[in-house]
Design a protein around this ligand. Structure first.
Ligand code: NAD
Ligand code: USQ
Length: 402
């Protein structure tokens, strides 16, 4: 299959591109490298030393014999170049990762809020319009998020895959309808994913575009079989207070002896998936697109749910790391229940990597190996959801000796 990977230089997009290339697909990446530029703006780097995109691509060609195309393109602002690319390439499938994806970054300032909305919503809408204008009949797979459903809204009822069955009272009795699950975003970033959903619904109904929206949980881990083949192919590992996600942050913190930064009580429950399962799910999704003329196909891309405090305790037991209960910089429930349906991917053959299998390897193979690249002053999350909310001072300012 000819596959266009939008955002293919990022944490999920890079290993997906290599995995699909390894499976024999013909891959082209389009990315504006904005994620690398935000690292410069935040004065932080991936724990793992990621190589410039052209070095990465040359290394993959050397290691695998397969070449991957690359186009430096801004999905949100370069509409004409996007239509040219679609017309030239005529992909069979498009995977859309190309959005600003950090909730804390999206809540930093008025500028980052506006950037996140402009970048994400315009990018998605440009893509949909470009597909209609060019007549390219590629199926589209978008990376959405579990956060569109919000947390705790339906108590212990499992979150369905995208649609909720509701009963509507009418003068003649009750009508049963399936509606898009109500949106409950917890940040401007998550809000953009709920706006994406409406764009998809419209274009699937009006233009018969074939769209899959993957509501993915928090991705953990770093390497896949492909990125581990050569150090030049290594995947990024974010640990900072904006882009680092909770489980990878705890693993990195344990590796340097930093207390585990639990926000609030740690009663928040979230959904997780290993990066190896992400890439496999994308392959399943491109191989099983919806029919034209059907509604958006929503699949929940998660394998486990955990309460944050349980995760912190598990890592503390494994490594001796202490837990620090910090003021929560976000506006979110202290505690919530979360059960998620993920029947579709399991039925299509996904065999989940469980937390118990990979945690220690992640600490020793990645976090400890590159610990010297960590700046402990970048660990505490400083982006607050509302002016005046408290954050913690740095708990460590220098790396302790090994
Ligand atoms: P990332 O920031 O590492 O990668 C995103 C890539 O898209 C970057 O390489 C960036 O340069 C590129 N990009 C952003 N805006 C662009 C634009 N306008 N034009 C072209 N390229 C652009 O993020 P990630 O962690 O790989 O996440 C990928 C997708 O998966 C995102 O849409 C995110 O919302 C979703 N997701 C991620 C997670 C997670 O835990 N990382 C979980 C659920 C969903
Ligand atoms: N948290 C801590 N300590 C930390 C960091 C985070 O307690 O050091 C807490 C947060 O307060 C929050 C939870 O952990 O309650 C998750 O935070 P996160 O940064 O790991 O995840 P989130 O902001 O939700 O965003 C990440 C990705 C995003 C993706 C989302 C999937 O950055 O792209 O969409 O996970 S989901 O959460 O399922 O919506």
């Amino acid at each position: 299959m000819r596959v266009l990977v939008l955002g293919g230089d990022g944490f999920c997009g890079w290993p997906t591109s290599l995995y699909l290339s390894d499976q024999g697909h013909d891959i082209t990446i389009a990315d504006n490298l904005s994620r690398r530029k935000i690292d410069v703006e935040l004065e932080v780097e991936s724990v793992t030393p990621i190589r410039p995109i052209h070095d990465r691509l040359a290394a993959w060609q050397q290691v695998s014999g397969n070449s991957i195309g690359f186009v430096n393109l801004d999905l949100a602002t370069e509409y004409d170049r996007l239509t040219d690319l679609l017309t030239d390439l005529r992909p069979d499938a498009i995977v859309h990762f190309a959005e600003q994806r950090a909730a804390p970054y999206s809540m930093r300032t008025a500028e980052t809020k506006r950037y996140t909305v402009d970048n994400n919503v315009r990018g998605t809408h440009n893509l949909l319009t470009a597909l209609v204008t060019t007549g390219v009949s590629a199926s589209l797979v978008h990376l959405g998020t579990m956060g569109v459903y919000g947390y705790g809204w339906s108590g212990s009822a499992p979150i369905p895959e995208g649609y909720l069955t509701v009963k509507v009272p009418t003068p003649d009795g009750e009508l049963e309808r399936e509606i898009l699950h109500p949106a409950n975003p917890g940040s401007v970033y998550h809000l953009t994913k709920t706006l994406d959903q409406l764009l998809f619904s419209f274009y699937a109904a009006n233009d018969r575009l074939r769209i899959t929206d993957l509501h993915q949980g928090i991705v953990w881990g770093t390497q896949t079989d492909q990125t581990a083949r050569d150090e030049r192919l290594i995947n990024r590992f974010d640990y900072d207070g904006d882009y680092g996600t909770v489980l990878n942050r705890f693993l990195m913190q344990a590796a340097i002896g930093h207390p585990l930064t639990v926000h609030g009580t740690g009663g928040q429950t979230r959904a997780f998936i290993h990066i190896r399962d992400t890439v496999r799910c994308i392959e399943i999704a491109i191989n099983n697109p919806p029919e034209a003329n059907s509604r958006v196909l929503v699949r929940n891309q998660v394998t486990e749910t955990h309460q944050l405090l349980d995760l912190a305790k598990m890592i503390g037991d494994m490594t001796g790391a202490e837990i620090a209960y910090l003021p929560n910089p976000r506006r979110e429930a202290d505690e919530n229940e979360l059960a998620v349906r993920n029947d579709q991917f399991l039925a299509l053959g996904l065999e989940p990597t469980t937390l118990s299998e990979g945690l220690l390897a992640e600490i020793t193979d990645v976090a400890r190996r590159y610990r010297h690249r960590i700046d402990p002053r970048k660990i505490i999350a400083r982006s607050v959801w509302r002016a005046g909310m408290e954050t913690s001072p740095d708990l460590m300012t220098e790396l302790p000796p090994e």
